[in-house]
Design a protein around this ligand. Structure first.
Ligand code: ASP
Length: 341
């Protein structure tokens, strides 16, 4: 039987066109994309389209839109075999990671894709990205979806969404998954690395739309003091500070660093420690200048990406679903394949 895919069009370069007077790219509607890729009609699947009010540059997409995407999948879950989300590349890793935490009991593919060049451009990467994503979105074996998680397909590679980051604004090969292997790749054949796929233990499908906003991010820089940080955090009603430090978890050993972080902890704010390196993981106590995190009772983000750690925090913080467990215990767990043991 022909598989049915719901394509959710959110915007991004894939559906943009150049405005010749200003030279800027602006978003168009989905029909425009379909006109440019007539090959879609040749695929052995039925594609329905859901567009939101207005196509967005992905820099305008955040928690409110993630809730809409998750809700749309929830409403249509039983009507389709797979979901394709067309999204701008700039924040795709955030949106796709967010959905990986918001969707429970997912047993169907949710594939995000976009492109670096607009669909109408002669050298566009949109066609391959879109068509192969559709293949993955309706790939079934023995009556079961092969991909049962949120993934990003881009430039011949299929990634676990919550392991990705956009690392290039120039290359067609724009995404990396530095700490987790590929789920698949497309050459002459569509290849799937079955041993890397995620399988959920949850039984029924549902979307949890809870997302907190009481999270603050700070990147340490050489010579920049943390002295006033606590005041900013209190003023902004922050509950969790995502602190991006160097290498495996180091930051300046100066006395005032420790005092500033102690003040933050004593005001009840949790500190999650992330690395500025894109690959490798946080390891408290490896160097003297990371010992203070043990003393502070900070939470290690392990080898999670910033994108994933950020949206995981929004999802877990103050979420009534998890009221029995402490934030720190929950955050340290591998919930959706986002971190290594
Ligand atoms: N600014 C665009 C967006 O993220 C870039 C892209 O789609 O490649 O919406």
């Amino acid at each position: 039987m022909r598989k049915k895919v719901l394509a959710i069009y959110t915007g991004g370069t894939i559906g943009m066109e150049k405005e010749y007077t200003s030279g800027s790219l602006y978003p168009l509607d989905f029909e425009h994309i379909l006109d440019k890729i007539p090959e879609i009609a040749l695929l052995d699947c039925e594609v329905d389209i859901h567009s939101f009010d207005r196509p967005l540059d992905s820099s305008d997409i955040g928690p409110d839109e993630w809730k809409k995407f998750a809700h749309c999948i929830e409403e249509n879950y039983h009507l389709y075999d797979g979901f394709l989300i067309l999204h701008g590349t700039d924040t795709m890793s955030y949106s796709a990671s967010a959905l990986s935490f918001m969707l429970f009991g997912l047993k169907k593919p949710v594939i995000f894709t976009g492109s670096q060049l607009p669909v109408g451009d002669l050298r566009t990467d949109a066609k391959e990205n879109l068509i192969t994503s559709l293949y993955y979105a309706c790939l079934y074996e023995n009556g079961e979806a092969v991909i049962q998680e949120v993934a990003i397909y881009f430039e011949y590679k299929l990634f676990r969404a919550n392991r990705t980051l956009k690392y290039s604004a120039e290359n067609f090969d724009a995404y990396k998954s530095p700490n987790y292997p590929l789920l698949g790749s497309s050459g002459v054949n569509l290849q799937i690395n079955k041993e890397n796929l995620w399988r959920t233990a949850s039984k029924d499908f549902f979307a949890d739309l809870h997302l907190s906003t009481k999270v603050f991010f700070w990147r340490v820089l050489p010579g920049v003091s943390l002295q006033n940080l606590k005041n900013i955090l209190v003023l902004t009603n922050t509950k969790i500070l995502l602190l991006q430090v160097y290498g495996t978890g180091t930051l300046s050993g100066a006395k005032d660093t420790l005092t500033s972080l102690e003040k933050i902890r004593n005001s009840g704010i949790e500190i999650i420690v992330l690395s500025q390196c894109i690959s490798g993981k946080i390891c408290f106590g490896k160097y003297e200048n990371s010992n203070l995190f043990n003393h502070l009772g900070a939470i290690s983000a392990g080898d999670m990406t910033l994108e994933s750690a950020f949206v995981k925090t929004l999802h877990l913080l103050d979420n009534p679903r998890y009221k029995e467990e402490s934030f720190s215990d929950l955050f340290s767990k591998n919930l959706k394949g986002e971190k290594s043991p």
